[in-house]
Design a protein around this ligand. Structure first.
Ligand code: SAH
Ligand code: SF4
Length: 354
């Protein structure tokens, strides 16, 4: 059975053409069917009432449409919504919808968990479970279009669970689906890939002709400190990452989560400015959210503002992001699915309760 939702629109056409020809279907059926994958999505072929009933039944048998099962949806006081999706094999992932004026940004996951273990990150603490398929990545957007066709997500950021560039093949095809006019039709400039900087797939992303946006999680201005916070620094070193970014043809955003007493001094702001300025990079300053290592503290509001001002005064455009969805643990870095197996009470926890 072919999973049409894991194929790019061109791939889906290639799979469907001979199948339709074998059934002596008129040529216009192809377009009709492909439009039901992403442009005017349906929950199942049964709902495609513009197609003959017999064809709908055959499509259902040959090309079942995979769905994400909504486990829970939670809405924050600030309008942010978090969706917990159950996957076919029982794993679970989260996506977060952040409305802001006319913009509706959906933060999607690319893996179940993450292998990279950044010390401040909740997803990192749950470890790696598996990669998502292309269909599972793009379906996070598709399901929201199905729920609310009048107001689909306008922007997509790969800032949910997982490291997108460690699942490059699936993300590569998902990017095409998100952006393609016969796919979800979201402008490339409205799609952001966030990564710690996996250099081989970063080079592949850079080779794509579309203007996808790139956000790089830096979090430290020196290799030493970055190593302490992000184990990936052992494999892909900061100097090499900065060199790769220097060759990136488009403007890059550097993400920097402010951790009290760790990476938030004004001297570190100066160091960061000396890295960001030659790149012409925009710096996104993120308040630390709970869920990572318990001994890490967020910077004070005053320190965050001083850090931002310092970067600006050094000629670097820096923006201090507001935390959204904190009351429902929906912020970046807070996404962590509590798994059944891990919920079991461990013996020592028993001992403490008794
Ligand atoms: N793996 C990718 C994308 C997912 S994480 C990456 O690391 O870039 C998305 C963003 O959330 C990253 O910038 C990450 O550093 C940030 N983040 C992780 N934990 C956080 C926390 N506790 N508080 C604030 N931001 C956090
Ligand atoms: Fe993985 Fe990104 Fe979290 Fe690091 S910050 S553990 S790379 S999800």
């Amino acid at each position: 059975m072919t999973d049409l939702l894991s194929l790019t629109p061109d791939g889906a056409r290639a799979a469907l053409s001979p199948w339709l020809a074998a059934r002596a279907q008129p040529p216009y059926r192809l377009k009709q069917i492909v439009s039901r994958l992403w442009q005017r999505p349906i929950g199942s072929w049964e709902d495609a009432t513009d197609l003959p009933a017999a064809l709908r039944a055959e499509l259902g048998a040959a090309f079942p449409l995979g769905r994400l099962a909504l486990d829970t949806a939670q809405q924050s006081r600030d309008g942010t919504e978090k969706f917990l999706w159950k996957l076919a094999d029982g794993e679970a992932i989260e996506s977060v919808l952040i409305p802001e004026g006319k913009r509706r940004t959906l933060c999607i996951s690319s893996q179940v968990g993450c292998a990279l273990g950044c010390v401040f990150c909740a997803t990192g603490r749950m470890g790696f479970r598996r990669n998502l398929t292309t269909a599972e990545i793009a379906a996070q957007v598709r399901e929201l279009v199905l729920r609310d066709p009048a107001t689909p997500p306008t922007n997509v950021v790969f800032m949910g669970m997982g490291e997108p560039l460690l699942n490059w093949d699936a993300v590569d095809a998902a990017l095409t689906i998100l952006n393609h006019p016969d796919g979800l039709g979201i402008g490339a400039r409205h799609i952001t890939v966030s990564t710690v900087g996996i250099l081989p797939s970063l080079a592949q992303l850079a080779r794509r002709p579309e203007q996808f946006r790139l956000a790089v999680s830096l979090h430290a201005p020196s290799a030493e400190l970055r190593h302490e916070l992000m184990p990936i620094e052992k494999k892909y070193r900061l100097p090499d990452l900065l060199q790769a970014l220097g060759q990136f043809r488009r403007r890059v955003t550097l993400e920097y989560v402010l951790i009290g007493g760790k990476n938030d001094s004004l001297a570190q702001a100066d160091e960061l400015a000396s890295l960001a300025r030659p790149l012409g990079a925009l710096v996104n300053l993120l308040p630390l959210h709970p869920g990572g290592a318990p001994d890490l503290m967020p910077s004070s509001r005053a320190q965050m503002l001083a850090f931002e001002r310092r970067l600006n005064s050094r000629g670097v455009e820096a923006v201090l992001r507001r935390s959204r969805g904190l009351d429902i643990s929906a912020a970046c870095g807070q996404l962590r699915v509590e798994l059944e197996a891990r919920r079991k009470v461990r013996p020592q926890e028993h001992a403490r309760v008794e």
